[in-house]
Design a protein around this ligand. Structure first.
Ligand SMILES: [Zn+2]
Length: 343
């Protein structure tokens, strides 16, 4: 942690309260003492920031003991931190919105902004950013929910592995705000009612928001929990989940076809490659044919996403294109050796 530097190169900034007059007697406020002075790092460089406390000068005023401070100065920093709030937000934005790595952030801070900071301190900045984000969330939710006619929520549970905790996310669908994220050990009807719907009901009662509806997958316990906690509220099955379930057979058939295609090529490909590599290096077709085998190899790992992106069909189409390309080469007449190899 750098000490307060006396050098003239560090910019010194002083703040006084935005309010100029006493709230009670309207006298002009007088400078009293320094509230805090801090060496802080901004994206534009280092600054020594001083925040002054002001008081009413009249001893007989009932507000004489009140201390007036600058709200702008208080917003600049985080307690016990030398990095300004502005810099913390910039770092967080680059990490979570622009997906910069820790090393990229470190390089940006040290090379572009010329700040002295170690890699570990960058990780601490990210933790500060997440704490800020978490603190701002209730205000954001309050603000967004205040404009809604009613609550329309989507519930989804994610379980990375069977037997693990399940993470339930509740989002408001009209303003796209995440209202709740809860890790549940068990996904029983009672647990869902208690830990998901009870806090949501408190929220709607506080805001006096009517329920408009619930969207979720067809999980039986969610269905029962909605019926128990929110009787009469419309509950619709999520269309994306339904389509995925409906397309399950097609997706499975596609996956089986892809597996078969891959298996037949995986056995033949190494042999084909060996034969092409055995051709004389002066052969003009050798690099072309090697390119074809590389293309074949890159096509085979194509994956799919249910319900509409079918990996097997994609592999089949790519193979058909490759075949057509090879056939065109053969038709030109000068690719007899290609033909021998490809067969
Ligand atoms: Zn006063």
């Amino acid at each position: 942690m750098p000490h307060l530097k006396k050098s003239d190169t560090v910019c010194r900034v002083t703040y006084r309260p935005e309010q100029r007059f006493c709230s009670l007697c309207q006298s002009l406020l007088k400078r009293d003492h320094i509230l805090w002075r801090k060496y802080m790092l901004f994206s534009t460089g280092a600054q020594v920031v001083t925040s002054w406390a002001y008081r009413c000068p009249r001893a007989d005023c009932p507000g004489a003991t009140s201390v007036y401070r600058s709200a702008i100065a208080d917003k600049l920093h985080l307690r016990q931190r030398r990095f300004s709030r502005e810099l913390v937000v910039r770092v967080g934005y680059r990490r979570f919105w622009q997906h910069h790595t820790l090393d990229e952030l470190h390089a940006w801070l040290t090379q572009d902004l010329q700040l002295v900071i170690c890699r570990r301190a960058v990780a601490n900045l990210l933790l500060d950013f997440l704490a800020l984000l978490c603190a701002a969330q209730p205000a954001r939710i309050r603000d967004q929910l205040g404009r809604l006619p009613g609550l329309l929520i989507a519930i989804d549970g994610m379980q990375p592995e069977k037997g693990n905790d399940c993470l339930y996310i509740v989002r408001e669908l009209q303003c796209r705000v995440t209202l709740l994220a809860v890790n549940l050990v068990e996904s029983s009807q009672e647990a869902l009612c208690e830990q998901l719907f009870a806090p949501l009901q408190v929220l709607t009662q506080e805001r006096r928001l009517p329920w408009q509806g619930v969207v979720s997958d067809a999980q039986e316990t969610i269905r029962l929990a909605v019926a128990q906690s929110l009787p009469g509220v419309p509950h619709q099955a999520c269309q994306a989940h339904c389509l995925r379930d409906a397309g399950q057979l097609t997706f499975e058939a596609d996956r089986a076809m892809k597996k078969q295609l891959k298996a037949s090529f995986r056995q033949a490909l190494p042999r084909l490659r060996q034969r092409i590599q055995a051709l004389p290096t002066a052969d003009p077709f050798r690099p072309v044919l090697l390119d074809y085998t590389a293309a074949l190899r890159s096509v085979l790992p194509e994956g799919g996403v249910a319900p509409f992106e079918l990996g097997g069909i994609r592999v089949f189409d790519a193979l058909t294109d490759l075949e057509a390309s090879v056939l065109r080469c053969q038709k030109k007449g000068s690719t007899s050796c290609c033909a021998v190899c490809w067969r």
